[in-house]
Ligand binder design. Structure first.
Ligand SMILES: Cc1cc2nc3c(=O)[nH]c(=O)nc-3n(C[C@H](O)[C@H](O)[C@H](O)COP(=O)(O)OP(=O)(O)OC[C@H]3O[C@@H](n4cnc5c(N)ncnc54)[C@H](O)[C@@H]3O)c2cc1C
Length: 301
């Protein structure tokens, strides 16, 4: 296959062929990727993006795969999983970090250095790249508030730095959802904080998470965005949908905004359950629920 040439042409890269993506997604669902590459540094990302562009192959980027449903037919072309790119530098009030590092790690690193501003992120299980792409947020905080700049490689192979304003952040949105840039690294600018206060606040947020979210099951977090004027969980709860199942996917009994994999769910179970919820809430409340989770890849043929 044309695509397999990448193994010979870029032999120093960590490549897996025909690999199940269910091994990587937080929902434990999803079909196979033709090729997965785990770049160790920014140069390797650029090499791969140059190769896919020159060879006219599709490229898909994954961070921690905590906000993704990959359909059961999998992903054609090359998938880049960035979680081996984890370099981080703390410099004064700034933290410069590569996009594959876990956001949770960075929030605890900030605590260690008494740098305040990322406490809200201590339980968000994404990578830095995924957090920027999604403008991840929780408990009143969002990454937009602490980002200084974001460095990417564009689909033309150019390395480019965006200022915070140029990222066009809004609720669970950034400019990176509208282009093919690969996020390489990010600079956070934080404020001097107090270790004890920060630590107590983070413990409190983690207690809240554990009490409200079904963390004992695989899931992709909140499936839907918050619709203006409503709370998604409340709408789903009032419709009596909690506990409703399709295949092995179930609307969580603990948090109605989550769909949990309780019994060997497929991505198709997830997608059908999402559509069922959207249709039910539209008929009942005339509210359109838009997915926060990204649904990618192909149907089974
Ligand atoms: C239990 C649980 C709790 C959660 N709680 C929260 C929460 O409180 N708040 C919140 O905002 N989210 C939450 N999430 C969702 C998720 O963790 C965030 O959206 C996170 O930011 C996604 O990061 P990721 O690395 O997993 O991205 P992925 O799921 O891997 O990817 C998401 C999207 O980002 C793109 N992407 C990822 N990395 C890059 C990159 N380097 N360059 C370009 N594009 C990239 C992917 O192509 C994809 O379209 C939760 C999820 C779970 C499972």
């Amino acid at each position: 296959m044309e695509l397999n040439r990448i193994v010979n042409e870029l032999p120093h890269l960590n490549v897996k062929l025909n690999e199940p993506l269910s091994n990587y997604t937080f929902t434990k669902t999803g079909g196979n990727a033709d090729v997965i590459i785990f770049p160790k540094n920014q140069e390797e990302v650029i090499e791969v993006t140059n190769w896919t562009r020159t060879n006219n192959q599709p490229l898909t980027i994954l961070g921690n795969a905590s906000n993704l449903i990959v359909r059961d037919g999998g992903i054609r072309g090359v998938v880049l999983i960035l979680t081996e790119m984890k370099q981080v530098i703390v410099d004064g009030n700034g933290i410069i970090v590569e996009s594959g590092r876990a956001l949770i790690d960075v929030s605890y690193l900030a605590l260690e250095h008494e740098l305040s501003g990322l406490e809200f992120a201590c339980g968000i299980p994404g990578s830095i790249g995924g957090a920027v792409y999604m403008n991840a947020g929780a408990y009143g905080g969002e990454v937009v508030e602490v980002i200084d700049w974001v460095e990417v490689v564009t689909s033309e192979g150019e390395v480019k730095r965006y200022s915070n304003e140029e990222c066009e952040f809004s609720y669970r949105h950034s400019i990176f959802q509208t282009n093919d840039d690969v996020i390489l690294s990010v600079k956070f600018t934080l404020k001097k904080g107090n270790h004890q206060e920060m630590s107590e606040h983070m413990d409190h947020l983690m207690d809240l998470r554990r009490s409200k979210q079904p963390l004992e099951y695989p899931s992709c977090g909140s499936v839907f965005k918050r619709p203006v004027g409503h709370f998604t969980g409340q709408l789903i709860q009032e419709a009596g949908l909690q506990g409703y199942r399709i295949g092995g996917a179930e609307i969580s009994k603990k948090h109605a905004g989550f769909i949990v994999n309780v019994d060997g769910a497929t991505a198709t179970d997830y997608v059908e359950l999402i559509q069922f919820i959207q249709e039910t809430i539209w008929e009942r409340n005339q509210v359109r629920l838009e997915t926060e989770v990204r649904i990618i890849g192909e149907e089974v043929r």
